[in-house]
Design a protein around this ligand. Structure first.
Ligand code: F0G
Length: 345
């Protein structure tokens, strides 16, 4: 078959993997052709760590993060079940994704986010897609407790990763990795509420594969590493600023069952990896995503020869952190001598 042949429009992951997802052929599907994201070889990282390193670009999903994999399933199931509204607690990406899919499905959406602690792009998305955005004077963990109480009182579908449909959708990333690369030895992944590592492990397990799961938490928000919840989690990686992950047990099962590890990386290691990816690999991810690469750089491949690092969200989500971490612009008068001096300096 020639590459130029038209195979029709790209399909979303429910259509692509329906035989392995809890959806029948007649079920409603709310999709924006999410999934099927690129896996890109990383030459400079491979050289630095002495292993074959690939990056799974989840920022290429419709709303710019991996959440869309789970959200197509959670919102499709909500529509099937007759829900009128959806809700989530979020550090930003779940909010953006829920708002988008709910908007598309004609459902109302409310999102509860920690006040002042979510990246600008994510806030803009949630608002643009028409969600009711509630800025909680508290952190993500408190927001999640409150939404769980709220859905016990009202017929609103909860679309956080405590919802099993989220895990089902997100496990498809493992299927894609196996299809694109065959067997891998290790997966490096940032860990916040621990839904995503749970989902990847489920996906690999369903395929009969068992790559080592290397999870990384930010040092100021590392409950799984410490073995105890963190009351006041802190990190520049706002997406994973979580002190009491909902999928704690499942994540530990993944780390233990895969002979993997959960370890911490500092904010400065996260920012180093974030800048390295942008400058030397051409890939702009958000700071939380760079935790996967920061962990690989700090701890090394530990014997793994072929590794995938999951880059969970796009760098454009968080322009503020980017501008703080990047060089400054060069002001210039509109004259050739000035431009020449500015360019060649
Ligand atoms: N990376 C990004 C960019 C995220 O947004 C998140 C989680 C994670 C990694 C961690 O994934 O929670 O499944 O372990 N963001 C959630 C949110 C909490 O509300 O957007 P996890």
């Amino acid at each position: 078959m020639s590459g130029s042949e038209n195979n029709g429009p790209r399909v979303g992951l429910i259509e692509r993997y329906r035989d392995r997802l809890p959806f029948g052929v007649d079920d409603p599907v709310v999709s924006m052709a999410e999934g099927s994201t690129p896996i890109v070889y990383a030459p400079t990282l491979s050289q630095r760590v002495g292993a074959e390193v690939h990056l799974k670009l989840e920022g290429a999903n419709p709303t710019g993060s991996f959440k869309d994999r789970g959200m197509t399933c959670a919102v499709s199931a909500a529509v099937r079940d007759g829900a009128q509204a959806v809700i989530c607690a979020s550090t930003g990406n779940t909010a953006a994704s829920a708002a988008a899919y709910a908007g598309r499905a004609g459902l109302r959406c409310a999102v509860i986010v920690p006040e002042g602690k979510i990246a600008t792009g994510k806030l803009a998305q949630a608002l643009m897609h028409g969600a009711r955005v509630i800025a909680l004077r508290g952190n993500f963990d408190e927001a999640l407790v409150l939404v769980r109480e709220l859905v016990a009182r009202h017929p609103i579908a909860l679309v956080n990763s405590v919802n099993p449909f989220r895990i089902e959708g997100q496990k498809t990333a493992s299927f894609e990795i196996a299809e694109d690369l065959g067997e891998i030895d290790a997966l490096c992944i940032p860990v916040g509420n621990a839904g995503n590592v749970t989902a990847y492990w489920k996906g690999f397990t369903e395929l009969g594969l068992a790559p080592r799961m290397f999870g990384f938490q930010a040092a100021g928000s590392a409950p799984l590493v410490n073995g105890a919840p963190v009351a006041k989690p802190e990190t520049i990686a706002s997406a994973i600023r979580i002190g009491n992950p909902a999928r704690w047990e499942e994540a530990m099962t993944a780390f233990v069952g895969s002979s993997g590890m959960v370890r911490e990386v500092t904010d400065s290691e996260i920012l180093d990896a974030y800048r390295h990816l942008a400058r030397h690999e051409g890939i702009f991810c958000e700071p939380s995503s760079a935790a996967s690469v920061a962990g690989l750089l700090r701890y090394g491949p530990d014997g793994a020869a072929r590794i995938v690092c999951v880059l969970t969200g796009h760098g454009l989500k968080d322009p503020q952190t980017a501008l703080e971490q990047a060089g400054s612009v060069v002001p210039c008068e509109p004259e050739i001598d000035a431009v020449e001096a500015a360019v060649l300096a």
